[in-house]
Design a protein around this ligand. Structure first.
Ligand code: NAP
Length: 398
């Protein structure tokens, strides 16, 4: 009902659209699009105080980057501002969005897009604009972040100026964090936390645990990915001994984040990497997370213990036809459960606490200026890869 209503409004509002092809640089007629979006260094915290709220009314229309058809974005200058339809919802004014591989994959390959037009984007930070009648936790002007990794409500797509989120998915921004840093907690940060705590059954941190190693070995294939960087930090804090697979370029980074053993992958076959992992862990690696793809997920399985019960979380899928040994449990990480299951709020609260206390650091950012119009080129940068462990965030703050 909510989605239908919003889509109907979308069609009845007078459209002012500018077309942006996700696969090409912006055309000259699209004035707001940067051919190469300027990358900013992150602004110092002193410049990041909550902006003064000017005006008290929420506009009826906003700018939104909509997916018009497969692979085509349109910048709509008068897209309806989504409305609160449930007393437990929060309307957030968007200040920064994090970019993730799923954002371009879903548009290019046409999945997780229920209909056209659609608004994608799964993580953001900003300030509270309105709250539903049953929301006492937040008030207008509060600095917050959210994860909207459930793609079936167009009001929650993050590539628009105003975003609706259920209150259990909204968290205050840790005190020392900028909007841009907070914008990358919702997908990679939360995925790492929930993969460990929910799917791999690692007890949620407590202070006593943090200083002790359990001796349990965790293999992280793709350690320098943004998800990997969060995962290594949280796992190490939780007492796991991490073996990370990464390139030579990012080996020092993952070591600094806490990986006890680093296997560099340059010029090596996956069989070589498995042999190195087994040389380190013997037949005692009991948990693995693959953050690269179906092929490396299979090799993760080969590095795991052949006798003990073991768990593998393949974040980028496992081939359908793979034969899983009886001692291996495959944990399918589906982040929609953060939105659909209210008790998952505890994972975001715990992650926030780790960040607040400085136990988990935010990855180095490349902040792209230019607002929503810069997102398609930002996604192209992500598609090209080679980001060297830096997270792409788009600032909507001018
Ligand atoms: N299931 C879920 O809910 C979920 C949630 C979040 C992410 N994901 C998936 O997880 C994957 C990573 O996401 P992300 O945003 O964290 O990615 P990202 O930051 O873009 O990670 C890319 C990095 O992976 C590393 N890499 C590439 N090939 C590798 C290989 N063969 N072995 C080891 N490392 C390799 C590269 O670093 P080096 O060159 O330094 O090695 C590269 O910089 C994506 O496929 C994403 O869709 C799934």
């Amino acid at each position: 009902m909510g989605i239908l209503h919003t889509l109907k409004s979308c069609f009845t509002a007078k459209p002012k659209l500018r077309e942006i092809d996700s696969t090409r640089p912006a055309s000259a007629g699209v004035t707001a699009v940067f051919h190469t979006p300027p990358i900013l260094t992150e602004k110092p915290i002193t410049q990041l105080a909550t902006p003064t709220i000017t005006g008290t009314t929420t506009p009826f229309t906003q700018q939104a980057l909509i997916v018009a058809t497969k692979g085509t974005y349109l910048l709509d200058e008068s897209f309806p501002v989504p409305e609160i339809q449930d007393g437990e919802e929060v309307l957030i004014r968007n200040h920064a969005v994090g970019l993730n591989p799923i954002d371009w994959k879903s548009v290019d390959w046409n999945f997780c897009i229920p209909t056209f037009p659609w608004v994608t984007g799964r993580e953001m930070s900003g300030v509270v604009e309105q709250v539903g009648e049953n929301v006492t936790e937040f008030k207008k002007g509060d600095r917050v972040w959210t994860s909207t990794d459930y793609y079936r409500d167009i009001r929650s797509g993050c590539f628009q100026e105003y975003v609706i989120a259920p209150k259990h998915t909204v968290k205050p921004i840790p005190s020392k964090l900028s909007f841009e840093s907070a914008a990358c907690l919702g997908v990679c940060g939360l995925t790492a936390a929930m993969t460990l705590w929910k799917w791999l059954g690692i007890p949620m941190f407590d202070t006593a645990q943090s200083s002790q190693s359990s001796g349990n070995l965790l293999l992280v294939w793709g350690g320098s990915s943004i998800t990997g960087q969060f995962l290594i930090q949280i796992a190490t804090y939780s007492g796991l001994e991490v073996i990370a697979v990464t390139s030579e370029r990012t080996a020092e980074l993952v070591s600094r984040l806490g990986a006890k053993h680093v296997i560099t992958r340059d010029d090596k076959s996956n069989d070589d990497i498995v042999a190195e992992a087994r040389a380190i862990g013997g037949d005692a690696i009991v948990k693995a997370v693959d953050i690269v793809g179906p092929e490396t997920a299979v090799y993760c399985m080969k590095a795991l213990s052949s006798k003990s019960p073991v768990q593998l979380a393949p974040l980028s899928f496992l081939p359908k036809d793979v034969v899983t040994p009886p001692n291996v449990s495959i944990e399918n990480v589906e982040m929609k459960w953060f939105v659909l299951n209210k008790i998952s709020e505890s994972y975001a609260t715990a992650l926030n606490s780790l960040v607040e206390r400085g136990c988990v650091k935010i990855p180095e950012l490349d902040v792209i200026a230019g607002g929503l119009a810069a997102i398609p080129e930002g996604l192209n940068m992500q598609k090209r890869g080679n980001l060297g462990g830096k997270k792409l965030v788009v600032s909507l703050r001018g």
